[in-house]
Design a protein around this ligand. Structure first.
Ligand SMILES: Cc1cc2nc3c(=O)[nH]c(=O)nc-3n(C[C@H](O)[C@H](O)[C@H](O)COP(=O)(O)O)c2cc1C
Length: 195
């Protein structure tokens, strides 16, 4: 597992080369190995093949982002730069997998809901690890969280799906830079047995 953890990096730009459906099917299958609360498997995957469908999705998400930024007073020029870059990046990926929470699995209080969201995140990480193993670059993108209705409409998804993350996928255009050094300083506590 440790080499797999090392191998995975966020890769945001890809070659035009298509990702085979067989590969995408294996990535989807990897989710079935992820843990989920109460073994609820509360996820739904939408596998998106080819840049045109991703572009449609990217354009819809960018329009929602632009509307939100305008409402909070972001200047038009900055909004244009941000949304154009977002469409260029997300809309040019050769493939993607949208992970959604199947809200029909929700029952109970907010803590239960958190567990379901955590389970979808665990599934999303399984896709990233499997993608790295397949030699693919992948990036976890959060925009779907901010505009679920637009995402459902762009992809024709039912109302009961709550989009969580768009994993863009493709053969890497370039190797990622050196991994930023992260330390556990301030984020690690040991509780040791008394001697
Ligand atoms: C919940 C979550 C949301 C993220 N959203 C985005 C995003 O919207 N756009 C993006 O470029 N990267 C996104 N990332 C990727 C992080 O920026 C990335 O993991 C981080 O910079 C560390 O780099 P590494 O993945 O190569 O270790 C997201 C990661 C997580 C876990």
């Amino acid at each position: 597992v440790y080499p797999a953890l090392e191998l995975r990096r966020t890769v945001r730009w890809y070659q035009e080369r298509a990702v085979g459906e067989d590969v995408l099917a294996r990535l989807a299958q990897a989710v079935t190995l992820a843990p989920s609360a109460h073994h609820s498997t509360p996820w739904h995957l939408t596998v998106i093949c080819g840049a045109p469908a991703l572009r449609r999705l990217a354009v819809a998400m960018a329009a929602a982002w632009d509307r939100d930024m305008a409402a909070s007073g972001v200047p038009a020029e900055l909004r244009r730069r941000r949304t154009e870059r977002s469409v260029r990046r997300l809309g040019s990926a050769p493939a993607g997998i949208l992970t959604s929470l199947d809200t029909r699995r929700l029952a109970g209080d907010a803590r239960e809901e958190t567990m379901m969201v955590q389970s979808v995140a665990a599934a999303t990480y399984a896709i990233l690890l499997a993608a790295a193993y397949e030699g693919l670059g992948a990036a976890w993108n959060c925009p779907p969280l901010f505009c679920p209705a637009e995402v459902r409409s762009a992809l024709g998804l039912p109302e009961y799906l709550r989009p969580q993350a768009l994993v863009t996928l493709g053969y890497p255009r370039e190797a990622p830079g050196p991994r930023p050094v992260r330390s556990l300083e301030g984020a690690l506590t040991w509780i040791r047995a008394a001697p």
